[in-house]
Design a protein around this ligand. Structure first.
Ligand code: TEU
Ligand code: CA
Length: 560
């Protein structure tokens, strides 16, 4: 197994708008991030991934970029950015930027040119088509609702936008577009950044002719089939790798909805020179029905099967990225744990899973203090475009306010976007002004200041866990083999990680009841490395009682 820094280190995702506001305008900013670097260093973070900070009109909170070489006014300036990079490097930390190049903003200079006339030199920077008898060119749906095509009367054509209509898709078929993007990437790397998280990077190549897509159940629109992992995506990524990425020691992680391990290998097999890692969504969909808004009962064995398949699938070539939440997903403790009676225990248990499976762990801001979903209960308090569009659509369909609010509490992206809870002062110490989105009312109980001071907090458990994974003798958690045991158990998730003579045993109780771990394991004793309840070394590991959401890691030692 080839050793790499990005395999051994831990990534922390910052959603800048909600992280820390230094100037009191209610919006997080770069200076605010700089103020918190020592906090992150103390936690044990090596790599910071910043959600987009580029110039943007904020239709989708920065995922709609109007200038790739400048910073959003609310966040600061390029000078602040240089300072952030040097302050990170000074602390031996690295910076990964979000790269959003499937689409730009409709306010990007390229698009303003593009839409101005049919023969403008920038026309082909985007994807324009004639309508079909007064209807859009095909049946593709936008991920944020409605058609993926917007009519423009000036030139009597439609442009493609897989996301909001303020996010027109770039035309990767055009070599000039690719060249512009590669140069821009180069420009950022030369500024000293250490890698990229690539937004929906497996959507950049569309099937030629743009045929209708397969419809999702219950929808009149086609989703995905004609552009997810499209025909030229590997050609483009290989090109990007050869032209730019390979020249530097940087890390890359692609965001790729709709990939299986088989598909993933084509992106991350180290011999293919494309990406280092990717984010798959299999564990982000298995608790949902036809769309993300409908819940589905899930079983622990399903989760084990998903992670097991990915461990196996990428074990020879490639590498996994491990996450249970991000800025698009509900809070993991609310989704997979119990944020009522066992918030602290289950947050630690889930963290133990993320940091002990094979792959690079990603922490989403606030996760390290066990932040939860927010029950706003009022549409006025929501800000997310996907949420607001869906609300409008469902109201029209006649769904009750109550049902809609329930779905939002479960799945709205704003669950992850409420301000970081720093302390118990007004607005949780996030801002001295009015926050752009309300603070979760539980901030007096859940906040960093309190967590830092409490030795039993989620925060202090993360610190220990991160440190454990990095300790020299324990690189077994990074490079060791993964072996699942108690495969059929619906309450306990347990596995070995082993490297040469070193063998660790992870035990996780995924239920709110006591469980007995029972496994035929003779002639060994267990040295406890970490646990989320008080626990000790054990002379035998055959039978171990696990309390609700208990997590333990033992070093398994042979007794002669
Ligand atoms: O998300 C891509 C994506 O697949 C989303 O549709 C995601 O599944 C959805 O938000 C879940 O409800 C990326 C970014 O992470 C997201 O924030 C952006 O809105 C989107 O791309 C467009 O850039
Ligand atoms: Ca601010």
């Amino acid at each position: 197994m080839e050793r790499k820094w990005w395999k051994e280190q831990v990534v922390y995702q910052i959603y800048p708008r909600s992280f820390n506001d230094a100037n009191g305008d209610g919006i997080g900013d770069l200076k605010g991030i700089i103020e918190k670097l020592d906090y992150l260093r103390d936690l044990g973070i090596d790599i910071v991934w910043l959600s987009p900070v580029y110039k943007s009109p904020n239709d989708d909170n920065g995922y709609d970029i109007s200038d790739y070489r400048d910073i959003m006014d609310e966040f600061g300036t390029l000078k602040d950015m240089d300072l952030l990079i040097s302050e990170l490097h000074k602390r031996d930390m690295k910076l990964v930027m979000d790269l959003v190049v499937n689409h730009s903003s409709d306010e990007h200079a390229w698009f303003i040119e593009s839409k101005s006339s049919l023969d403008n030199p920038y026309r082909d920077y985007y994807i324009w088509r004639k309508g079909n008898d007064g209807q859009p060119p095909n049946n593709w749906g936008s991920w944020f609702g409605g058609s993926a095509w917007e009519y423009d009367s000036k030139t009597d054509e439609y442009y493609l936008h897989l996301f909001s209509k303020k996010q027109p898709d770039l035309n990767w078929e055009n070599p000039k577009v690719r060249e512009e993007i590669f140069e821009m990437i180069n420009w950022w790397v030369n500024k000293g950044i250490d890698g990229f998280r690539m937004d929906v990077i497996n959507m950049i190549s569309k099937v030629p002719g743009l045929p209708d897509g397969e419809k999702n159940p219950g929808s009149k629109y086609g989703y995905g089939s004609q552009y997810l992992n499209g025909p030229k995506v590997h050609e483009y990524l290989h090109m990007m790798n050869r032209r730019v990425l390979t020249k530097y020691d940087i890390m890359t992680v692609g965001e790729t909805p709709g990939v299986t391990p088989e598909i993933a290998r084509k992106y991350v097999d180290s011999d293919r020179d494309e990406l280092n890692m990717l984010f798959h969504f299999e564990h982000m969909g298995f608790d949902c029905g036809d769309t993300k808004w409908e819940p589905r009962e899930w079983k622990l064995t399903e989760l084990k099967e998903i992670f097991g398949k990915w461990c196996e699938g990428l074990k020879e070539k490639g590498w996994n990225s491990l996450y249970m939440n991000n800025h698009d997903q509900p809070r993991m403790v609310s989704r997979f744990g119990n944020d009522k009676n066992y918030r602290v225990e289950s947050a630690k248990m889930l963290a133990t899973l993320v940091h002990t499976l094979p792959g690079t762990p990603y922490i989403y801001q606030g996760e390290e203090i066990g932040m939860t979903n927010v029950n706003f209960g009022n549409i006025e308090d929501y800000r997310d475009i996907e949420t607001l569009n869906w609300y409008r659509e469902k109201k029209k369909d006649g769904l009750s306010e109550d049902e809609i609010m329930k779905a939002l509490y479960r799945m709205s992206r704003d669950n992850a976007r409420t301000p970081m809870q720093w302390d118990n002062s007004f607005h949780a110490g996030f801002t001295s002004g009015e926050p752009w989105i309300k603070v979760n009312p539980n901030y007096k109980e859940i906040n960093s200041a309190k967590a830092i001071a409490d030795p039993d907090s989620v925060f202090n458990y993360y610190k220990k866990l991160i440190n454990l994974r990095k300790q020299e003798e324990n690189l077994v958690l990074v490079y060791g083999e993964y072996e699942l045991i108690l495969e059929e158990d619906e309450k306990i998730y347990s596995y070995f990680r082993s490297l040469e003579d070193d063998r660790l045993l992870v035990m996780l109780n995924f239920s709110d009841e006591e469980q007995i771990f029972s496994y035929e394991l003779a002639g060994v004793r267990g040295e406890l490395l970490i646990a989320n309840y008080s626990a000790d070394d054990l002379d035998s590991l055959k039978e171990v009682k696990l309390r609700p959401y208990e997590a333990r890691i033992y070093r398994v030692v042979n007794v002669a």
